[in-house]
Design a protein around this ligand. Structure first.
Ligand code: FPP
Length: 241
């Protein structure tokens, strides 16, 4: 990718539902975790492609609140992969100007993983070139439930007046409170579902569903999808002159 790949009218914040790792591995006669490892290598390439494509914010769905229903060996393999990803990639992410944040409920995650997540957030907190947000034990409804509970707590303690409860206030309690809303949500693997991802934040996002399985989703295809977005006319409910 070169600087002239920047896309006219391209999205600033792209969110990805990285689907198809399991099928990619099965097609090759390999265990599902093999696909997740290939998926992690794609994450690195897609993050690296962002600056030249004008993408400032990238949010990726790594593990949903529903993914605990998978086999114990797949869940523990994914958790190990997340720990290794943080340990191995921290130095490159820092050097490449990537600021990493995690969204989702940390309560159910193992303490060692949470410590690594906190350390990576702190380590990269001075970066501003690309903002990578990793959704880990994340669900849109769960996030809204947690946000509403904390907001209700503030009302109960007298810190927040019920009069001030509106959509701007609620957004402040979300995990994503420091991020802009996504402009574009991409889902790979041919499924046309949003699977509880960024429900509130994607109210006005554009969606692109591509057939490619995530481990095959290369930076060139990423650029192609961003170009499709650049050609769209976003109205946010208004009728434009
Ligand atoms: C969905 O594919 C993918 C996941 C539940 C995991 C996503 C994780 C990665 C891409 C790994 C690396 C991420 C980071 C941040 C290191 P699936 O397993 O549902 O695929 P299938 O629909 O073909 O079964």
């Amino acid at each position: 990718m070169a600087a002239d790949d920047r896309i006219e009218g391209g999205p600033r914040h792209v969110a990805c539902i990285m689907d198809g790792n399991g099928r990619w591995a099965t097609k090759r006669g390999r265990p599902r975790l093999f696909g997740h490892h290939a998926g992690a290598r794609r994450v690195k390439e897609i993050v690296r492609a962002c600056p030249d494509l004008g993408v400032r914010y990238l949010t990726i769905f790594a593990f949903s609140t529903e993914n605990w229903k998978r086999t114990q060996s797949e869940v523990s393999g994914l958790m190990k992969l997340f720990r290794r990803y943080i340990q191995r990639e921290a130095r490159d992410l820092l050097a490449e100007g990537v600021r990493v944040r995690f969204i989702g409920d940390r309560v159910r995650l193992d303490a060692k993983l949470v410590r690594l997540m906190d350390e990576l957030e702190l380590l990269t907190s001075g970066n501003d070139r690309v903002h990578l947000t990793i959704a880990l034990n994340y669900g849109g409804r769960d996030e809204l439930g947690r946000a509403t509970k904390r907001m209700a707590q503030e009302v109960a303690e007298g810190k927040l007046s019920p009069r001030d409860v509106d959509e701007t206030t609620l957004a402040r309690f979300l995990d994503t409170h420091v991020l802009p809303d996504p402009d574009l949500v991409i889902r790979t693997s041919g499924e046309a579902r949003i699977s509880n991802f960024l429900l509130w934040q994607s109210a006005y996002a554009e969606y692109e569903f591509v057939d490619t399985l995530w481990p095959d989703f290369c930076p060139e295809e990423f650029a192609r999808v961003l170009r499709l977005y650049g050609a769209r006319d976003r109205r946010f409910g208004a009728v434009l002159a």
